[in-house]
Design a protein around this ligand. Structure first.
Ligand code: CO
Length: 270
């Protein structure tokens, strides 16, 4: 499949989807507490979609049964929301995608519940930091794996983590998953050239142990084969006509986090 390059008008539509995703994730984040179940988070997302004329990207995708993915502790990604209440000490990753007028947004975060192991907090901070560094590395005229390399370098600089090999980021637009696939490791300077109008979901997935994964018998839940805890962050961003990035699924467009890394976001979608 060729890489879908979006016009400015199309990116304006993608921002609508991105904001729905970002705002729903904020609502879910605010609701997360001991005693809350992943299925209750799924209901928050479903209700938010209805209220905003949006539809879920994940529901029925290759038969996926829910609106969000909720992955607890050693579940790294694609956990199916269940009725087990979260307890203090758990960490959870919530992944959510939405469609507005045919355009997708896709994002995820990890967060701790109550008192957590500081090593789990470091795991999540490392994962999030790598995502922002990956996005910050995306420059018009650069190459796709500049992103991959920035993600990996930051993770390796923070400690011994397993970086998932068989999963990565992706192009996104009129479908959730488009070309190109974005790996989260490897050398810079390879792959397609980064161009204005490119929209990518960047999603590092790491564990405190192995990079080797197993899929559970539900055919979805991906766990670390050594049962180590995992983290997953994701944002959808685009390169705007002024050559600057804009994070479509971040409420502030990525201004704060990219600003900290010395990258100015595009004012065009503000
Ligand atoms: Co994704």
């Amino acid at each position: 499949m060729a890489i879908q390059i979006k016009t400015f008008e199309q990116l304006q539509l993608m921002r609508k989807a991105g904001l729905v995703v970002g705002q729903a994730l904020e609502l879910m984040k605010a609701a997360i507490a001991p005693g809350v179940t992943p299925l209750e988070l799924d209901a928050i997302a479903a209700d938010y979609l209805k209220a905003n004329n949006a539809t879920p990207s994940f529901l029925n995708y290759h038969g996926y049964p829910n609106v969000i993915c909720a992955s607890v502790n050693h579940e790294v990604v694609h956990g199916i929301p269940n009725e087990r209440p979260l307890v203090s000490g758990d960490i959870i990753s919530v992944d959510f995608g939405a469609i507005v007028n045919g355009w997708h947004g896709d994002a995820a975060f990890s967060i701790g519940i109550g008192e957590i192991d500081p090593a789990d907090q470091k795991l999540m901070d490392t994962c999030e930091g790598s995502m922002w560094r990956g996005i910050a590395a995306a420059k018009v005229g650069g190459h796709l794996t500049d992103i991959s390399h920035a993600i990996e370098s930051y993770i390796l600089s923070q400690g011994k983590y397993g970086i998932l090999r068989e999963y990565g980021g992706h192009g996104i637009g009129t479908e959730m998953h488009q070309d190109p696939h974005v790996i989260n490791y490897g050398p810079a300077g390879l792959g397609p050239e980064l161009k204005v109008g490119l929209a990518l979901a960047i999603e590092p997935m790491i564990t405190r142990g192995t990079e080797k994964m197993k899929t559970l018998s539900d055919d979805w839940t991906v766990i670390a084969s050594d049962k180590s805890n995992g983290a997953h962050f994701e944002h959808t961003f685009a390169l705007l006509p002024d050559g600057k990035p804009f994070v479509l699924t971040a409420i502030d467009g990525g201004a704060a986090e990219l600003g900290r890394l010395g990258v100015e976001i595009s004012p065009l979608l503000a």
